[in-house]
Design a protein around this ligand. Structure first.
Ligand code: NCD
Ligand code: ZN
Ligand code: ZN
Length: 422
Protein backbone atom coordinates (compact mmCIF):
# COMPACT_ATOMS: atom_id res chain seq x y z
CA UNK A 1 0.00 0.00 0.00
CA UNK A 2 1.32 3.39 -0.91
CA UNK A 3 -0.05 6.87 -0.36
CA UNK A 4 0.07 10.07 -2.39
CA UNK A 5 -0.42 13.64 -1.21
CA UNK A 6 -1.72 15.38 -4.31
CA UNK A 7 -2.55 18.93 -5.45
CA UNK A 8 -0.85 20.62 -2.50
CA UNK A 9 2.10 22.93 -2.09
CA UNK A 10 5.05 21.54 -0.20
CA UNK A 11 7.93 23.32 1.52
CA UNK A 12 10.96 22.10 -0.41
CA UNK A 13 14.45 23.65 -0.55
CA UNK A 14 13.41 26.80 1.24
CA UNK A 15 10.13 27.54 -0.50
CA UNK A 16 6.58 26.44 -1.20
CA UNK A 17 6.22 24.67 -4.53
CA UNK A 18 3.45 22.68 -6.20
CA UNK A 19 4.33 19.07 -5.52
CA UNK A 20 2.77 15.65 -5.37
CA UNK A 21 4.40 13.40 -2.80
CA UNK A 22 4.45 9.62 -2.95
CA UNK A 23 4.91 7.80 0.33
CA UNK A 24 5.94 4.16 0.32
CA UNK A 25 6.03 2.50 3.72
CA UNK A 26 7.77 4.87 6.10
CA UNK A 27 9.62 6.90 3.47
CA UNK A 28 9.11 9.63 0.91
CA UNK A 29 9.51 7.70 -2.34
CA UNK A 30 9.01 10.40 -4.95
CA UNK A 31 8.30 14.11 -5.28
CA UNK A 32 6.91 15.31 -8.58
CA UNK A 33 5.14 18.25 -10.18
CA UNK A 34 3.23 15.87 -12.44
CA UNK A 35 0.49 13.42 -11.51
CA UNK A 36 1.24 10.54 -9.17
CA UNK A 37 -0.92 7.44 -8.86
CA UNK A 38 -1.19 5.56 -5.61
CA UNK A 39 -3.42 3.10 -3.72
CA UNK A 40 -4.60 5.90 -1.49
CA UNK A 41 -4.66 9.63 -2.10
CA UNK A 42 -5.10 12.67 0.07
CA UNK A 43 -6.24 15.77 -1.80
CA UNK A 44 -4.20 18.68 -0.45
CA UNK A 45 -5.72 21.41 -2.64
CA UNK A 46 -5.38 24.74 -0.85
CA UNK A 47 -3.17 23.13 1.82
CA UNK A 48 0.53 23.33 2.51
CA UNK A 49 2.73 20.40 3.45
CA UNK A 50 5.59 20.97 5.86
CA UNK A 51 8.16 18.64 7.37
CA UNK A 52 6.83 17.53 10.78
CA UNK A 53 8.03 19.60 13.71
CA UNK A 54 10.78 18.21 15.94
CA UNK A 55 10.26 19.36 19.51
CA UNK A 56 13.57 18.92 21.32
CA UNK A 57 12.24 19.87 24.76
CA UNK A 58 9.22 18.17 26.32
CA UNK A 59 8.29 16.74 29.72
CA UNK A 60 5.92 13.81 29.19
CA UNK A 61 6.35 12.98 32.92
CA UNK A 62 6.54 9.21 32.75
CA UNK A 63 7.75 7.30 34.73
CA UNK A 64 6.57 8.71 38.01
CA UNK A 65 4.18 11.58 37.33
CA UNK A 66 1.59 10.03 35.04
CA UNK A 67 -1.15 12.06 36.65
CA UNK A 68 0.40 15.11 34.95
CA UNK A 69 1.02 13.48 31.54
CA UNK A 70 2.10 10.21 29.97
CA UNK A 71 3.61 9.27 26.64
CA UNK A 72 0.26 8.45 25.07
CA UNK A 73 -1.46 11.73 26.01
CA UNK A 74 1.68 13.79 25.46
CA UNK A 75 2.30 12.35 22.01
CA UNK A 76 -1.39 12.64 21.12
CA UNK A 77 -1.14 16.34 21.95
CA UNK A 78 2.08 16.53 19.91
CA UNK A 79 0.60 15.07 16.77
CA UNK A 80 -2.43 17.31 17.00
CA UNK A 81 0.07 20.15 17.01
CA UNK A 82 1.97 18.91 13.95
CA UNK A 83 4.89 17.58 15.97
CA UNK A 84 6.24 14.26 14.71
CA UNK A 85 9.33 13.84 16.91
CA UNK A 86 9.83 14.71 20.57
CA UNK A 87 12.78 14.65 22.93
CA UNK A 88 11.85 13.98 26.53
CA UNK A 89 13.58 15.48 29.55
CA UNK A 90 15.00 13.42 32.41
CA UNK A 91 13.29 15.00 35.45
CA UNK A 92 11.07 11.98 35.99
CA UNK A 93 10.89 9.52 38.90
CA UNK A 94 13.36 7.89 38.83
CA UNK A 95 15.54 10.58 37.26
CA UNK A 96 17.01 9.35 33.96
CA UNK A 97 20.56 9.42 35.25
CA UNK A 98 21.65 5.78 34.91
CA UNK A 99 21.84 3.40 31.96
CA UNK A 100 19.27 1.22 33.71
CA UNK A 101 16.79 4.11 34.02
CA UNK A 102 17.45 5.14 30.42
CA UNK A 103 16.83 1.66 29.04
CA UNK A 104 13.70 1.20 31.16
CA UNK A 105 12.36 4.53 29.95
CA UNK A 106 13.12 3.70 26.32
CA UNK A 107 11.12 0.49 26.66
CA UNK A 108 8.17 2.25 28.25
CA UNK A 109 8.18 5.08 25.72
CA UNK A 110 8.35 2.72 22.76
CA UNK A 111 5.18 1.07 23.98
CA UNK A 112 3.08 4.22 24.44
CA UNK A 113 4.47 7.03 22.30
CA UNK A 114 2.78 7.77 18.95
CA UNK A 115 5.56 10.04 17.70
CA UNK A 116 9.26 9.43 17.14
CA UNK A 117 11.18 10.07 20.31
CA UNK A 118 14.56 10.72 21.86
CA UNK A 119 15.35 10.52 25.58
CA UNK A 120 17.71 12.82 27.44
CA UNK A 121 19.89 11.62 30.29
CA UNK A 122 20.41 13.93 33.25
CA UNK A 123 23.98 15.00 33.98
CA UNK A 124 24.80 14.97 37.69
CA UNK A 125 27.96 15.80 39.59
CA UNK A 126 28.62 12.07 39.94
CA UNK A 127 27.15 10.10 37.01
CA UNK A 128 29.65 10.62 34.19
CA UNK A 129 30.49 6.90 34.11
CA UNK A 130 26.81 6.13 33.44
CA UNK A 131 26.60 8.74 30.71
CA UNK A 132 29.76 7.35 29.12
CA UNK A 133 28.28 3.85 29.06
CA UNK A 134 24.95 4.87 27.49
CA UNK A 135 24.33 3.82 23.89
CA UNK A 136 22.76 5.99 21.17
CA UNK A 137 22.61 9.06 23.35
CA UNK A 138 21.82 12.24 21.39
CA UNK A 139 21.77 14.62 24.30
CA UNK A 140 22.09 15.10 28.05
CA UNK A 141 20.42 17.75 30.18
CA UNK A 142 22.46 19.83 32.57
CA UNK A 143 20.44 21.61 35.25
CA UNK A 144 22.83 24.41 36.14
CA UNK A 145 20.06 26.02 38.17
CA UNK A 146 17.33 24.09 39.91
CA UNK A 147 13.83 23.81 38.54
CA UNK A 148 10.98 21.24 38.69
CA UNK A 149 12.59 18.05 40.02
CA UNK A 150 15.43 19.75 41.90
CA UNK A 151 18.23 18.19 39.91
CA UNK A 152 21.39 20.21 40.04
CA UNK A 153 24.86 20.13 38.55
CA UNK A 154 26.96 23.21 39.10
CA UNK A 155 30.42 21.97 40.07
CA UNK A 156 32.84 23.39 37.58
CA UNK A 157 35.27 20.45 37.57
CA UNK A 158 32.46 17.95 36.98
CA UNK A 159 31.07 20.10 34.15
CA UNK A 160 34.50 20.33 32.52
CA UNK A 161 34.71 16.55 32.51
CA UNK A 162 31.19 16.21 31.15
CA UNK A 163 31.92 18.64 28.33
CA UNK A 164 35.10 16.75 27.40
CA UNK A 165 33.12 13.52 27.22
CA UNK A 166 30.42 15.26 25.17
CA UNK A 167 33.07 16.45 22.73
CA UNK A 168 34.53 12.95 22.45
CA UNK A 169 31.20 11.17 22.05
CA UNK A 170 29.43 13.86 20.04
CA UNK A 171 26.28 14.26 22.14
CA UNK A 172 24.69 17.65 22.78
CA UNK A 173 24.64 19.16 26.28
CA UNK A 174 21.38 21.09 26.73
CA UNK A 175 21.51 23.49 29.66
CA UNK A 176 18.90 24.94 31.99
CA UNK A 177 20.89 28.12 32.66
CA UNK A 178 19.92 30.05 35.79
CA UNK A 179 22.18 30.95 38.69
CA UNK A 180 21.28 29.23 41.94
CA UNK A 181 22.75 31.86 44.29
CA UNK A 182 21.09 34.83 42.63
CA UNK A 183 17.73 33.06 42.70
CA UNK A 184 18.10 32.13 46.37
CA UNK A 185 18.99 35.71 47.32
CA UNK A 186 16.03 37.05 45.40
CA UNK A 187 13.72 34.50 46.97
CA UNK A 188 14.67 35.79 50.42
CA UNK A 189 13.95 39.34 49.33
CA UNK A 190 10.49 38.57 47.98
CA UNK A 191 9.47 35.86 50.43
CA UNK A 192 6.45 37.78 51.69
CA UNK A 193 4.86 38.50 48.33
CA UNK A 194 2.25 36.17 46.86
CA UNK A 195 1.91 37.98 43.55
CA UNK A 196 2.86 35.62 40.65
CA UNK A 197 4.53 38.57 38.91
CA UNK A 198 7.43 38.38 41.42
CA UNK A 199 8.56 35.23 39.60
CA UNK A 200 10.19 37.55 37.09
CA UNK A 201 12.05 39.31 39.87
CA UNK A 202 13.26 36.10 41.51
CA UNK A 203 14.29 34.33 38.32
CA UNK A 204 15.58 37.51 36.74
CA UNK A 205 17.71 38.43 33.76
CA UNK A 206 20.88 38.52 35.88
CA UNK A 207 20.34 34.93 37.04
CA UNK A 208 20.06 33.75 33.45
CA UNK A 209 22.94 35.85 32.12
CA UNK A 210 25.40 34.75 34.83
CA UNK A 211 24.66 31.07 34.26
CA UNK A 212 24.90 31.34 30.49
CA UNK A 213 28.20 33.17 30.76
CA UNK A 214 29.67 30.51 33.03
CA UNK A 215 28.65 27.44 31.05
CA UNK A 216 29.67 29.05 27.76
CA UNK A 217 33.12 29.85 29.10
CA UNK A 218 33.63 26.16 29.99
CA UNK A 219 32.38 25.17 26.54
CA UNK A 220 34.75 27.59 24.82
CA UNK A 221 37.70 25.51 26.05
CA UNK A 222 36.10 22.07 25.76
CA UNK A 223 34.67 22.58 22.26
CA UNK A 224 31.58 20.40 22.77
CA UNK A 225 28.11 20.99 21.39
CA UNK A 226 26.12 23.09 23.84
CA UNK A 227 22.47 24.07 23.54
CA UNK A 228 21.00 26.74 25.80
CA UNK A 229 17.41 25.72 26.55
CA UNK A 230 14.47 28.12 26.79
CA UNK A 231 16.34 31.43 26.53
CA UNK A 232 14.29 34.21 28.14
CA UNK A 233 16.21 37.47 28.37
CA UNK A 234 17.94 40.05 26.22
CA UNK A 235 21.25 39.76 28.09
CA UNK A 236 21.16 35.99 27.87
CA UNK A 237 20.60 36.21 24.14
CA UNK A 238 23.39 38.73 23.65
CA UNK A 239 25.82 36.40 25.40
CA UNK A 240 24.86 33.55 23.08
CA UNK A 241 25.21 35.85 20.07
CA UNK A 242 28.71 36.84 21.17
CA UNK A 243 29.72 33.26 21.89
CA UNK A 244 28.69 32.13 18.42
CA UNK A 245 31.40 34.37 16.96
CA UNK A 246 34.36 33.13 19.04
CA UNK A 247 36.38 29.92 19.09
CA UNK A 248 34.13 26.84 19.18
CA UNK A 249 31.18 29.18 18.66
CA UNK A 250 29.90 27.02 15.80
CA UNK A 251 28.95 24.45 18.47
CA UNK A 252 26.74 26.90 20.37
CA UNK A 253 22.97 26.85 19.78
CA UNK A 254 19.91 28.01 21.67
CA UNK A 255 16.15 27.63 21.72
CA UNK A 256 13.21 29.84 22.59
CA UNK A 257 9.77 28.65 23.71
CA UNK A 258 6.45 29.84 22.27
CA UNK A 259 5.54 31.26 25.69
CA UNK A 260 8.63 33.46 25.81
CA UNK A 261 7.84 34.60 22.26
CA UNK A 262 4.15 35.31 22.73
CA UNK A 263 3.71 36.28 26.40
CA UNK A 264 5.31 38.92 28.58
CA UNK A 265 5.08 40.14 32.16
CA UNK A 266 1.89 42.08 31.45
CA UNK A 267 0.16 38.68 31.23
CA UNK A 268 0.71 37.77 34.90
CA UNK A 269 -2.22 39.95 35.84
CA UNK A 270 -4.75 37.84 33.98
CA UNK A 271 -3.06 34.44 33.95
CA UNK A 272 -1.18 34.40 37.28
CA UNK A 273 0.53 31.13 38.13
CA UNK A 274 -0.73 29.51 34.93
CA UNK A 275 2.24 31.23 33.27
CA UNK A 276 4.64 30.60 36.13
CA UNK A 277 7.52 28.82 34.42
CA UNK A 278 11.29 28.58 34.52
CA UNK A 279 12.99 30.68 33.39
CA UNK A 280 10.32 33.28 34.06
CA UNK A 281 8.26 35.16 31.51
CA UNK A 282 9.89 38.59 31.46
CA UNK A 283 9.12 42.12 30.30
CA UNK A 284 8.06 43.20 26.80
CA UNK A 285 11.57 44.34 25.89
CA UNK A 286 12.82 40.78 26.38
CA UNK A 287 9.97 39.32 24.37
CA UNK A 288 10.77 41.68 21.51
CA UNK A 289 14.49 40.86 21.66
CA UNK A 290 13.68 37.14 21.53
CA UNK A 291 11.29 37.55 18.62
CA UNK A 292 13.92 39.51 16.71
CA UNK A 293 16.52 36.92 17.69
CA UNK A 294 14.38 34.21 16.13
CA UNK A 295 13.94 36.29 12.98
CA UNK A 296 17.62 37.07 12.55
CA UNK A 297 18.82 33.56 13.44
CA UNK A 298 20.59 34.48 16.69
CA UNK A 299 18.10 31.96 18.08
CA UNK A 300 18.40 28.64 16.30
CA UNK A 301 15.15 26.92 17.04
CA UNK A 302 11.80 26.88 18.79
CA UNK A 303 11.00 24.14 21.32
CA UNK A 304 7.92 24.00 23.52
CA UNK A 305 9.33 23.05 26.94
CA UNK A 306 5.90 21.39 27.26
CA UNK A 307 5.75 21.13 31.06
CA UNK A 308 2.29 20.00 32.16
CA UNK A 309 1.05 20.04 35.74
CA UNK A 310 -2.48 19.41 36.96
CA UNK A 311 -4.78 22.41 36.96
CA UNK A 312 -5.29 21.88 40.69
CA UNK A 313 -1.55 22.14 41.31
CA UNK A 314 -1.24 25.25 39.17
CA UNK A 315 -4.11 27.00 40.95
CA UNK A 316 -2.33 26.93 44.32
CA UNK A 317 -0.65 30.00 45.78
CA UNK A 318 2.54 31.38 44.20
CA UNK A 319 4.89 29.49 46.52
CA UNK A 320 3.21 26.13 45.97
CA UNK A 321 2.25 26.37 42.30
CA UNK A 322 4.72 24.33 40.20
CA UNK A 323 6.50 25.93 37.25
CA UNK A 324 5.70 24.90 33.71
CA UNK A 325 3.37 25.55 30.75
CA UNK A 326 1.99 22.97 28.28
CA UNK A 327 2.62 23.77 24.61
CA UNK A 328 2.40 20.83 22.21
CA UNK A 329 -0.88 21.77 20.58
CA UNK A 330 -0.31 25.50 20.29
CA UNK A 331 3.29 25.93 19.08
CA UNK A 332 2.68 25.56 15.35
CA UNK A 333 -0.68 27.43 15.27
CA UNK A 334 0.90 30.36 17.17
CA UNK A 335 3.84 30.49 14.76
CA UNK A 336 1.60 30.14 11.68
CA UNK A 337 -0.62 32.89 13.05
CA UNK A 338 2.48 35.10 13.27
CA UNK A 339 3.29 34.21 9.64
CA UNK A 340 -0.25 35.19 8.65
CA UNK A 341 0.25 38.50 10.45
CA UNK A 342 3.47 38.97 8.48
CA UNK A 343 5.52 39.11 11.68
CA UNK A 344 7.88 36.35 10.49
CA UNK A 345 8.41 34.28 7.35
CA UNK A 346 7.25 30.71 6.84
CA UNK A 347 10.80 29.85 5.82
CA UNK A 348 12.12 30.93 9.20
CA UNK A 349 9.44 28.92 11.00
CA UNK A 350 10.23 25.70 9.13
CA UNK A 351 13.92 26.21 9.83
CA UNK A 352 13.22 26.74 13.52
CA UNK A 353 10.82 23.86 14.16
CA UNK A 354 12.04 21.21 11.70
CA UNK A 355 15.31 21.78 9.88
CA UNK A 356 17.54 23.12 12.63
CA UNK A 357 16.33 20.73 15.38
CA UNK A 358 17.10 17.82 13.01
CA UNK A 359 20.58 19.15 12.32
CA UNK A 360 21.52 20.11 15.87
CA UNK A 361 20.28 16.89 17.47
CA UNK A 362 21.34 14.56 14.67
CA UNK A 363 17.96 13.34 13.41
CA UNK A 364 19.14 11.85 10.13
CA UNK A 365 16.52 11.70 7.36
CA UNK A 366 14.18 14.04 9.20
CA UNK A 367 13.41 17.75 9.19
CA UNK A 368 13.20 18.18 5.40
CA UNK A 369 10.87 17.04 2.62
CA UNK A 370 13.26 15.06 0.43
CA UNK A 371 13.18 11.81 -1.51
CA UNK A 372 14.39 8.98 0.71
CA UNK A 373 13.65 10.92 3.91
CA UNK A 374 11.21 9.72 6.56
CA UNK A 375 7.57 10.47 5.76
CA UNK A 376 7.09 12.71 8.82
CA UNK A 377 4.87 15.46 7.46
CA UNK A 378 2.19 17.87 8.47
CA UNK A 379 -0.67 19.04 6.27
CA UNK A 380 -1.75 22.57 7.11
CA UNK A 381 -4.64 24.75 6.13
CA UNK A 382 -2.73 28.04 6.07
CA UNK A 383 -5.81 30.20 6.44
CA UNK A 384 -7.89 27.79 8.53
CA UNK A 385 -8.84 28.93 12.01
CA UNK A 386 -7.87 27.10 15.18
CA UNK A 387 -9.55 28.11 18.40
CA UNK A 388 -7.62 27.16 21.52
CA UNK A 389 -10.05 25.70 24.04
CA UNK A 390 -8.99 24.20 27.35
CA UNK A 391 -11.63 21.49 27.23
CA UNK A 392 -10.56 20.34 23.76
CA UNK A 393 -6.86 19.90 24.50
CA UNK A 394 -5.33 16.43 24.48
CA UNK A 395 -2.68 17.13 27.11
CA UNK A 396 -3.69 16.01 30.60
CA UNK A 397 -2.88 19.55 31.73
CA UNK A 398 -6.01 20.73 29.86
CA UNK A 399 -5.22 24.43 30.12
CA UNK A 400 -3.45 26.87 27.87
CA UNK A 401 -2.44 30.50 28.31
CA UNK A 402 -4.06 31.02 24.91
CA UNK A 403 -7.43 29.56 25.91
CA UNK A 404 -10.19 31.32 23.95
CA UNK A 405 -7.85 32.71 21.33
CA UNK A 406 -8.46 32.03 17.63
CA UNK A 407 -5.30 31.50 15.61
CA UNK A 408 -4.98 31.51 11.83
CA UNK A 409 -3.12 28.40 10.65
CA UNK A 410 -4.60 25.00 11.32
CA UNK A 411 -2.98 21.57 11.54
CA UNK A 412 -5.21 19.24 9.47
CA UNK A 413 -3.27 15.98 9.38
CA UNK A 414 -0.02 14.74 10.78
CA UNK A 415 1.84 11.91 9.09
CA UNK A 416 4.39 9.95 11.10
CA UNK A 417 6.47 7.36 9.28
CA UNK A 418 3.79 7.17 6.58
CA UNK A 419 0.94 6.74 9.05
CA UNK A 420 -1.80 9.38 8.78
CA UNK A 421 -3.43 10.92 11.86
CA UNK A 422 -6.29 13.39 11.98
C1 NCD B 1 9.90 22.30 33.78
C2 NCD B 1 9.11 21.13 34.40
O1 NCD B 1 8.03 21.35 34.94
O2 NCD B 1 9.58 19.99 34.29
N1 NCD B 1 9.32 23.51 34.25
C3 NCD B 1 9.44 24.73 33.69
O3 NCD B 1 8.95 25.70 34.27
N2 NCD B 1 10.05 24.91 32.53
C4 NCD B 1 11.34 22.20 34.11
C5 NCD B 1 12.23 23.03 33.24
O4 NCD B 1 12.26 22.87 32.02
O5 NCD B 1 12.93 23.91 33.75
ZN1 ZN C 1 14.50 24.12 32.23
ZN1 ZN D 1 11.88 21.92 30.46
Amino acid sequence: MNLALINGKAFIKGKLVKANILIQGKKIEKISASKIKADKEIDCKGKIILPGAIDVHVHFRSPGFEYKEDFFTGSLAALHGGITTIMDMPNTKPVTSTVKALEAKRKLVKKHCLTNFGIYMAALNNNLSEISKAKNLRAVKLYYGSTTGNILMNKKTAIEKLFKTAKKKGFVVAVHAEDEEIMKENEKKFRKSKDPAIHEKIRNEEAEAKAIKEVLSIQQKAGNKIHIAHISSEKGLNLVKKAKKRRNGNKVTCEVTPHHLFLDSSDYKKLGNLIKCNPSIKGAKHRKALFNGLKNKAIDLVATDHAPHSFKEKKQSYGKSPSGIPGEETMLPLLLDAVNKKQISLKRIVEAVSEKPAQVFGWKNKGFIKTGFDADLVIINPTGKYKVENNKLFTKAAYSPWNGKTLKGRVENTIIGGQVFG
